[in-house]
Ligand binder design. Structure first.
Ligand SMILES: *Cc1c(COP(=O)(O)O)cnc(C)c1O
Length: 445
């Protein structure tokens, strides 16, 4: 094992050999975080990492392996974050490491097409019938913004319908605030988004099929919502969206950045038997490297440049390292893997439920396929954003910190999913649930 920062003592304790000294002379999480905050806003490059919603300060990761993450102090955590689902095989999986290592020696980006882009597109297309063609980019955010532009260009319409509590990345047109259980139009969800950017964005409640009209270019939905906790679609919801989009000629986009190749080989669309026109991907298909993709019907996809009028480009799109890692990841995922991941998700949820119940800590762990959520407090199982918001965020913060004290890393936010992957064998899951007993007892107090 190697570690890329000089952490005397901690390295030996973690069984690591320091190979490269940063020369920073820093030893603690706090020292690294303080110095980072001087040069990086909030010390982080993705806001949730700053621990604002749970309080406290983040651990700074030195390295990770399988289900385990080690901070710069050498503390080991059993990890349920897993790069928010991007590393489904576990951290530093030998197949991913080998694929990326082999690729890197041949150069990291060329500005010309490569064989691996073709292979990854074929790998996705052969597994997901709705994706006759695939275009790659570098993040889920780029994928959703491209899908919206594509839908608008294809239909010649402007309006976009999104669901309250769904998350589609940092795309201006999709950062619209939703109203309370009602359809609203055009309220920027953050500073910096002009009214005009969301003037054509309609926000409607999740799990209700909206009535559309012929101004709608597309409906974009997390087919299983995994950014407001984990919320399952009602049985009729997705099929209802399909029918309503067909009725008015709108494009149906499934944002499968989380669910793609996580719920199954053909994602949420396979699990629920509803076929979207476009699908956005990210996370799993990059094997832990930066990637995004849009897939769909040939005739729709060929609206993209250079064949069609809708512009898309990217200096690093289809990157050799990301496509190498993505191919290695997809190689390890088949129906048997997903059966196993479903079993593990259920085992973890049952174990965590029992641990919280034993301590008298009110919490439930909804399972949707391979995804697990956590809802704190005595509340009904959420079905939309209104009900998801009833989760006790303060209680989540207490449980989160108690788990961290026990050496289990969860996401620092009450609305994030718990990610079970191939590195979480039963011994890891059972260790997590055992530690959860102590954590839940601490979180009650
Ligand atoms: C993570 C996520 C995105 C954004 O992907 P990035 O790669 O972080 O830009 C979009 N949609 C969903 C559903 C996501 O979970």
């Amino acid at each position: 094992m190697t570690i890329d920062v000089c952490v005397p003592g901690a390295c030996e304790a973690a069984g690591c050999v320091p190979t490269v000294c940063t020369g920073a002379g820093l030893r603690s999480n706090d020292e690294f975080f303080d110095r980072s905050t001087a040069v990086i806003p909030g010390g982080v490059n993705s806001s949730i990492r700053a621990f604002r919603s749970v309080g406290g300060r983040p651990y700074i990761v030195a390295r990770a392996d399988g289900a385990r993450v080690y901070d710069v102090e050498g503390t080991e955590y059993l990890d349920l974050v897993q790069s928010y689902g991007a590393v489904i095989l576990g951290h530093a999986h030998p197949a991913i490491t080998a694929a990326v290592t082999a690729a890197v020696a041949d150069g990291t980006s060329y500005g010309a097409p490569t064989p691996r882009e073709m292979k990854l597109a074929e790998a996705i297309s052969s597994r997901v019938p709705s994706c006759e063609q695939v275009r790659f980019m570098n993040s889920g955010t780029e994928a959703t913004s491209t899908a919206v532009r594509l839908a608008r260009g294809y239909t010649g319409r402007d309006r976009v319908v999104i669901f309250h509590g769904n998350f589609h990345g940092a795309t201006d047109a999709l950062l619209a605030a939703g109203g309370s259980g009602v359809a609203t139009l055009g309220l920027p969800g953050t500073a910096g988004v002009p009214d005009g950017a969301v003037a054509e964005t309609m926000v409607v409640p999740y799990n209700e099929v909206p009535t559309l009209d012929e101004s709608v270019a597309c409906v974009i939905v997390e087919a299983v919502a995994a950014n407001m906790g984990v919320v399952a679609p009602d049985p009729a919801f997705l099929a209802g969206l399909r029918a309503e989009c067909d009725r008015v000629g709108a494009v149906l986009v499934f944002d499968e950045v989380i669910t793609g190749f996580r719920l199954g080989t053909d994602g949420a669309q396979g699990a629920y038997g509803v076929t979207p026109d476009l699908t956005t991907y990210g996370k799993v298909i990059g094997g832990g490297l930066p990637v995004g993709a849009v897939g769909g019907r040939r005739e729709l996809m060929e609206t993209l440049s250079p064949l069609g009028p809708v512009f898309h480009a990217g200096t690093l799109s289809g990157n050799p390292l990301a496509t190498a890692a993505g191919l290695a990841a997809l190689d390890h995922l088949d129906d048997g893997t997903y059966d196993e991941l479903r079993r593990r998700a259920r085992r973890l949820a049952d174990g965590l439920t029992a641990a919280c119940a034993a301590a008298g800590f009110a919490a439930q762990f909804p399972v949707v396929g391979t995804l697990v959520g956590m809802v704190c407090g005595d509340v009904d199982t959420p079905t939309d954003f209104e009900s998801a918001k009833r989760t006790d965020e303060a209680a989540y913060g207490r449980f989160f910190h108690a788990m961290l004290d026990q050496g289990v890393a969860m996401a620092p936010g009450a609305y994030e999913a718990i990610f079970v992957g191939l590195a979480h064998d039963d011994s890891v899951i059972d260790a997590i649930t055992e530690r959860a007993h102590a954590a839940a007892a601490a979180a009650v107090a």
